[in-house]
Design a protein around this ligand. Sequence first.
Ligand code: ATP
Ligand code: MG
Length: 261
Amino acid sequence: MQILSVSSLKGGVGKTSVTMGLASAALHQGVRTLVVDLDPHADTTTGLAVSRGTGTEVGKLLRDAKRADIHSHVARSGWVDLLPEGRRAEAKLDVVVGSALSAMYDRPDIRTRDMRRLKLLLDRVSGYDLVLIDCPPSLSGLTRIGWAASAGVLMVAEPSLFSVAGTERTMRAIRMFSNEYAPQLTSAGVVVNRTRADSAEHEYRLLEMERLYKDKLMIPVLEENPFWQQIQGAAYPVHQWPGDQVRDLARSFDQLLRQLV
Ligand SMILES: Nc1ncnc2c1ncn2[C@@H]1O[C@H](COP(=O)(O)OP(=O)(O)OP(=O)(O)O)[C@@H](O)[C@H]1O
Ligand SMILES: [Mg+2]
């Protein structure tokens, strides 16, 4: 079981979008996946079309980490119902639902004991090939909880100066965190999101990222896509959305997923 945190210390660069795109690719490739929504805003839970009231919110599970069995608390993603009937039975896309309650762990001075709560829960999980943890945009308590449970951090960056600087900070933070608390933790790669082929600035930043991150820079990069917000607003998997432009985006996520699992 591959456990990955999707992170960036800078906000709004596309962590939730990348988590959802990879979850969509996983569903279509038959990769059994659990998504953990660690962001108190719970955007991933909404985007994955989880029915209201299903599943136990992650804040409660973290509080009860010693006893809780995640298997009986996950919610099923509504995306599974959109698959052709013959494929639904074996498909598996579950969600540990996000909630504002988890914010009680989002302290910069989180205790080591609390930091291990998700790891404790995931150590007892089986039946999934992939766990994706959508983290909030800071190195506060919840991101530390996610990293302590993960084998790798998938960083998301935009081709802009501030985002490149933010990714540098994230990489340093991963190294420090790994030295101090989580020797298993590595940088799984940098996904570049929202690139525009017609932008000279983006081209320049991409070259800079190639130089800085070398083989950690993941190919393909993800382009700015005018349909993304509409797809997410409809809580739809990108692989089910019609049209060539979206099909290319779905293919990009397929290629990224194959490198990660
Ligand atoms: N490739 C893209 N093309 C167009 N819009 C995009 C793309 N990626 C993300 N977006 C849009 O950008 C906004 C921010 O994306 P998202 O919520 O995934 O970022 P985030 O890093 O999870 O944010 P936060 O730090 O608040 O958790 C969303 O409205 C999303 O639809
Ligand atoms: Mg997000």
